[in-house]
Design a binder for this molecule. Sequence first.
Ligand SMILES: Nc1ncnc2c1ncn2[C@@H]1O[C@H](COP(=O)(O)OP(=O)(O)O)[C@@H](O)[C@H]1O
Ligand SMILES: O=P(O)(O)O[C@H]1O[C@H](CO)[C@@H](O[C@H]2O[C@H](CO)[C@@H](O)[C@H](O)[C@H]2O)[C@H](O)[C@H]1O
Length: 458
Amino acid sequence: MSEAASTRTPLGLLPSLAPLLRQWLPEQRWFAGKGYAVGGFSLVSATELLPLNGPGPGLLHLLVRVTQRDVPVRSSADCYQLLIGVRETLPPPMAPALIGHLSDGPLAGRTVYEGTRDPRLAALLLERLRTPGLLGPLRFERFDGAPALPARLPARPLDAEQSNSSLVYGDAYILKLFRRIHPGPNPDLELPLALARAGCARVPAPVAWYGTSAPEPFTLGVLQPFLPGSRDGWVLALEALAADRSFQGEARELGRVTAEVHTVLADTLPTVKLGGPQTERLAAAMVRRLETAAQSVPALVPYVPRLRAAFDAVATLGGRGRTWAAQRVHGDLHLGQILRGPKDTPWSVIDFEGEPARPLTERCRPQPAVRDVAGMLRSFDYAARTHRPWNPGWAERCRAAYCDGYAEAGGDDPREEPELLRAYETDKAVYEVLYEARHRPDWLPVPMAAIERLAALD
Ligand SMILES: Nc1ncnc2c1ncn2[C@@H]1O[C@H](COP(=O)(O)OP(=O)(O)O)[C@@H](O)[C@H]1O
Ligand SMILES: O=P(O)(O)O[C@H]1O[C@H](CO)[C@@H](O[C@H]2O[C@H](CO)[C@@H](O)[C@H](O)[C@H]2O)[C@H](O)[C@H]1O
């Protein structure tokens, strides 16, 4: 591992840590570079949050660039946030957090582990957020007007399938730690903040955050109120399917929520009109993503020409002078991103980071709102497809109810722009094929079924 003079790790820990990370990183759910060997690491920053050679557990905050060989699309050196715990021995309940044992250097023999799994270390992060200020390159901030944070809330890691890592404090707050990080404003902070400031009650309003301004500006973690006892739309949809119950009422409400969020985002953040060349660029980007996905997932290849037609149709309309409004959007809206508390409390939308695999600049660009609609429509199809027996009618009814709700609450009825909706649904299904191939190969048939359906449309 290379260490620049200005960014050495405390106690020169990195050389002995690197071989352990090389093994451990690719096994993490949040590691984006699966399938390609980890080459080396270069250090962006290292901060000792708790002394590493003290009597108790130590905590090292690292930002590291990971180089990977033969990566075809993404940058070959993604930057990750790591929280490394250091102890003499790991208590048995924390065994799954093990990264390995240091074999040399001043800490030889010590155990290193995933720090977020240690309640003592997790508690320290909240403590830092309670008292804003600088610690090395890390800046901890609280939002103006947010109430003071209580001390000593018990911490637990969230046990969820997720692209990042989250910690829950006393069922009152949730801290999301971004894993693969990108320089620049993070939409998962920017958008909820804009919505909350505009008085939109559809998001848990951020209360504190931390990040760096140098060597690069990164947002590393955001603290929001935890919605206790909440369940997401995916779980509720599967429950309805299992009970052979309609989900149309919920779908309609979800359409209304989506329109409400879109209206506030369009009112508070920049909007543009897409026409002619921009539309052609948009369609060309969809074609590129399709071709790239087909290189990684050969099952897509036979469908490429028919799927491409959906993107060409949009480019053609743009060429004929059709324009579309574009605004900031959620970017990865699906049933798992909408939570509802107990006793029919209103729905809240979470996770405005966009699709984690897309470049950040692209995710932050104004886009047609129908992109989010397409994401939700795909999600009803996903739910119906994962249930046995397959219930296509259930999905169709939900999709119609969702569009009804969206139009009722002031959104443009997505069905009135069939070419754009189809292009975005196709683009999403292509993304899902790649996502499932990388992360959940057993699920690949779910988006592939949609690919087959979309390719068969006239
Ligand atoms: N404010 C919240 N209250 C309760 N649970 C939450 C909250 N925010 C997120 N969660 C839970 O955490 C999970 C992961 O959050 P998410 O923002 O989607 O992370 P990721 O981007 O890592 O997938 C969600 O599926 C949900 O179960
Ligand atoms: O981790 P994120 O929630 O940001 O999103 C990624 O993972 C999702 C799965 O956890 C994935 O969503 C796909 O599967 C869902 C069911 O698990 C389904 O409801 C979605 O419609 C489907 O796209 C999402 O695409 C991915 O970005």
